[in-house]
Design a binder for this molecule. Structure first.
Ligand code: SAM
Length: 207
């Protein structure tokens, strides 16, 4: 899968490719879907959510420009798979999930599999996790109508926020927002399709 679906599509960061090869995606899926674990597709998990497509997990991890000592916040733990991948590349990962059932099951799974540098939190990730800020990178795995300011404020100088943004629920553009001094720069990494980032005011005014 790594050669066919990820490396061949232009991702060359060795640490990302090694992490993708190392983390067993089948362990993050419901038993009846294990046979599809290495298809390059999103798949359903509990609470009506999805485990992301492997290529997109790798794309986001590469865009985040992680280093072994880096501190990362992931918004949208889901199954815990993306957090596990990030934890093989960076030093410490905090991952926040709004569905309590998912936060509990992913936290337990990651513990049992030995991902001891991942910390799962139940809460609203649009507010980030100020307790552990600042972060070298923040990776958001659900689509937002606009960029949550609270997340930008929790980046280190030169920190990167990777987030799908779009005013229609079903199509977004994956953005890399980099803090440069007090300014930000934006790279558009292409069209993507994520489940919505849910927050009090996030979508209501755009629907
Ligand atoms: N990274 C996940 C994985 O590897 O399985 C995939 C996550 S799924 C595409 C997006 C997740 O974002 C869902 O689990 C959803 O419940 C969560 N989510 C949506 N809005 C959120 C919010 N405001 N705060 C935290 N999590 C949120």
């Amino acid at each position: 899968m790594v050669e066919e679906s990820i490396e061949s599509r232009g991702i060359s960061d060795r640490s990302v490719l090694e992490a993708m090869a190392e983390v067993p995606r089948e362990k993050f899926l419901p038993a009846h879907l294990c046979e599809f674990a290495y298809d390059d597709k999103p798949l359903p998990i509990e609470a009506g959510q999805t485990i992301s497509q492997p290529y997109v997990v790798a794309l986001m991890a590469a865009a985040a420009e992680l280093r072994p000592e880096g501190r990362v916040l992931e918004v949208g733990t889901g199954s815990g798979y993306g957090a596990a991948v990030l934890s093989r590349i960076a030093g410490e990962v905090w991952s926040i999930e709004r569905h309590e059932v998912l936060a509990a099951s992913a936290g337990q799974r990651l513990k049992e599999l030995g991902y001891s540098n991942v910390h799962v939190i139940h809460g609203d990730g649009t507010q980030g996790w100020p307790d552990e800020a600042p972060y070298d990178a923040i990776v958001v795995t659900a689509g937002a109508p606009t960029v949550p300011e609270a997340l930008v404020n929790q980046l280190t100088p030169d920190g990167r926020l990777i987030i799908p943004v779009g005013r229609k629920r079903k199509v977004q553009h994956l953005l890399r927002i980099r803090l440069v001094g007090r300014e930000t720069t934006v790279d558009d990494l292409g069209a993507v399709r994520f489940v919505p980032l849910i927050a009090d005011q996030s979508w209501a005014e755009f629907d």
